[in-house]
Design a protein around this ligand. Sequence first.
Ligand code: PEP
Ligand code: MN
Length: 379
Amino acid sequence: MAPERAPLATLPCSKWGLGLERPLLIAGPCSAESPEQVLGTAQGIVRSCPNVNVLRAGVWKPRTRPGTFEGAGAVALEWLAEAREATGLKVATEVATPEHVEASLKAGVDILWIGARTTPNPFSVQAIADSLRGVDIPVLVKNPINPDLELWIGALERLFHAGINKLAAVHRGFSWSGPTPYRNQPMWEFPIRLKASYPELEVLCDPSHIAGSTELIGRVCQQALDLNFSGLMIETHCDPPNAWSDRDQQVLPEHLQRIVEGLVFPAASPSGLVRDVLEELRDLIDQLDGDIMQKLATRMDIVERIGEYKRDHRVAILQPERWEAIMEAQYKLGTGLGAGKDFIEAFMNAIHQESIRRQTAVRNGMPVPPEGSRSDRQE
Ligand code: PEP
Ligand code: MN
């Protein structure tokens, strides 16, 4: 029998154990390049951005192509320690192997993160988790580069089961081949679903790797804050045009401060009048959702009656012209009422799929099976 697993939801993730308040602001260069660059950036951050609590810098860089800068390696951990000593900032770096973990712990790194190219590999994540057994250190888990929520959760679980309970997820967007202004497509629905499944889990946003360019960073930060993310990790460099990696997306410390000053930090849980107004509006939404569900149930009853009629008169279930006419009418109505075309299409397609499923069951003389009875589990 499979061993019982502790649900991630019981994580005391909101206790960082570092005395860090929300929002957690992490800033620093993509890569640690030299002692001067690490220290110069850290000092610039402390001077310009009083709200930043953690200095980040990649020591081992997982680059897509060989031949680009792959990080200075373990020697850079000393530069991080010096910067911490000089500025009082906590320091964070990326680990991808047990050797990275061992060297980082030895150098006194305060926070570790697992990068987007490591999270999708269960062997690597398990090896890192095993090397962290018995160690009390916060670990941030970036989403996998491919949009797969289960892989992201799986990585968090592997660490949790190894005894790491200061865990947070970092949303850094997903690889995307279609047209997009972003380097990595945000697909906000993934971190939203993660947060919905594990409300206690802290979720941070890395707007730099989502944006890929400095102009979009502020907008991505605001979206993350509006979605109640717990903090931001923003790539910051003392000389961005000459950075050895990710040069287009790194900002100067002064620029970082302007971005932070331009952000509205909403309260995580509203209070007083704001809460009353919200509750009233939410009541309305709940009533409307109820109405929509009732109407859908009525629609499905009628669909089943049509299914019986089609069965008895040997008419095909799928009538493409009829469906086209419905879609056209709904597009016209919906767009006129301010709904987006993509939304109307997705909504109507979901209804259509359910209608066909029910009519197929009726045709086969079967009771209508509940949705989700087919196996769609991920291994
Ligand atoms: C980074 O933080 O510099 C990095 C490599 O990020 P990601 O793993 O999100 O690509
Ligand atoms: Mn980077």
